[in-house]
Design a protein around this ligand. Structure first.
Ligand code: ATP
Length: 358
């Protein structure tokens, strides 16, 4: 069994704290995705695990052994980066075999292993080509093959797909998923793309400003965000988040904002009067009367048919529009008034600090 532990891991660059006391255990075979906005410390964390960056303090252990002092090549890790930097004057087969030559693996064994991994990532027809003759997606597969061939126990991938177009990204994302499934090795993957994180991860580690703000399965992170930041980061279209106040009304509370006022369901235990935010995911907003929850009467200001779904926009003049997603191509008209519903179980509340109110 191989597992990686980060203990109070910290990295300072001068006065900047890039990674702030990270604690995390990554289990053998897990697909972990570090996700967060640019500058949150994802790459620095990965580079410390890889051995390219020394921690300011804290420990990295692999299989119970502290590896802080070990050279990258002695850590049993394979890295794939966004810029794959293939050797331009070597053909694809030689590029893939590079790590094996460094390890002085016999030539016939090299040929056999190159054949094996190129079948795995489906690039056998490229082996005699030069890198300059390969597309972006093909180059990324070659970079993957070059890492796979050295058979590391753990793979570190830093935004490996970000230079590709959307369709190729989706294709290679599925490929990464399949490879992880076949190899049963540990994958640690860095991305700023919430969709990539949601689709690939066994467990997502959400980072902000050098800290872990939430860890969990994709569905936990999506369905049970601990803060405004996490709620806002995951989901496309994003969660509707409306700034306002919680005001005592009768035996409960009302949410009041410049956009609308609605009574809040009784199932929240920790509301206190004051400023806060109400959130509801666009797919949970109902159009037409509902049995549970409040509703408001609103004009549809914009209709965006996406094929599979249709987006309805309300209050487009607010800081952020209020959006509902309805299934299919609906014959909905602009400038028509409808009942916009907030089912009780679909409402998220956040206090003035952005922490979730339950
Ligand atoms: P991105 O998605 O943009 O790559 P990231 O989450 O991977 O962002 P890091 O690259 O880890 O973020 O950077 C974290 C912080 O540390 C940033 O503020 C960055 O400017 C800073 N930083 C990273 N490397 C160095 C360095 N070598 N010297 C000084 N500051 C650095």
């Amino acid at each position: 069994m191989s597992h990686i532990e980060l203990k109070n891991l910290r990295k300072e660059f001068g006065s900047l704290v890039a990674v702030n006391d990270l604690n995390l255990t990554i289990e053998d075979g897990e697909f972990i995705v570090f996700v967060g906005p640019s500058g949150c410390g994802k790459t620095t964390t990965l580079r410390m695990i890889a051995g390219f960056e020394d921690p300011t303090s804290g420990d990295i252990t692999i299989d119970g052994k502290v590896v802080n002092e070990l050279e990258p090549r002695d850590r049993d890790l394979g890295m794939v980066f966004q810029s794959h930097a293939l050797f331009p004057h070597k053909n694809v087969a030689d590029n893939i075999a590079f790590g094996l030559r460094m390890k002085k693996i016999p030539k016939d064994e090299q040929v056999e292993k190159v054949k094996e991994v190129s079948e795995l990532v489906r690039i056998t027809d490229l082996l005699n080509k030069m890198p300059g003759q390969c597309s972006g997606g093909e180059s990324q597969r070659i970079a993957l093959a070059r890492t796979l061939v050295t058979e590391p126990s753990n793979f570190l991938l830093d935004e490996p797909l970000s230079s590709l177009d959307a369709k190729l990204r989706r294709e290679l994302r599925a490929e990464c998923d399949r490879l992880h499934d076949e190899l049963q090795k540990t994958f640690i993957y860095v991305t700023h793309d919430q969709e990539e994180a949601m689709t690939l991860a066994d467990r997502i580690v959400v980072m902000n400003k050098g800290r872990i703000v939430q860890m969990g399965s994709p569905l936990e992170i999506y369905g049970d965000p601990v803060s405004y930041f996490v709620a806002d980061f995951f989901g496309n279209p994003a969660m509707n988040l409306v700034e306002g106040s919680f005001v005592a009304a009768g035996s409960g509370f009302e949410f009041q904002s410049p956009q609308f006022n609605i009574p809040l369901p009784a199932n929240f235990n920790n509301i206190t009067a004051g400023k806060g935010t109400l959130g509801i995911r666009p797919e949970n907003v109902t159009i037409g009367a509902t049995d549970t929850g409040a509703s408001i009467r609103r004009e549809i200001e914009l209709v965006e048919p996406l094929g599979k779904d249709t987006l309805l926009y309300f209050s487009t003049d607010a800081d952020r529009p209020f959006v509902a997603v309805v299934e299919g191509t609906q014959a909905v008209q602009r400038h028509v008034e409808v009942d916009v519903g907030f089912p009780d179980g679909a409402i998220f509340l956040f206090d003035a600090n952005g922490d979730r109110i339950r």
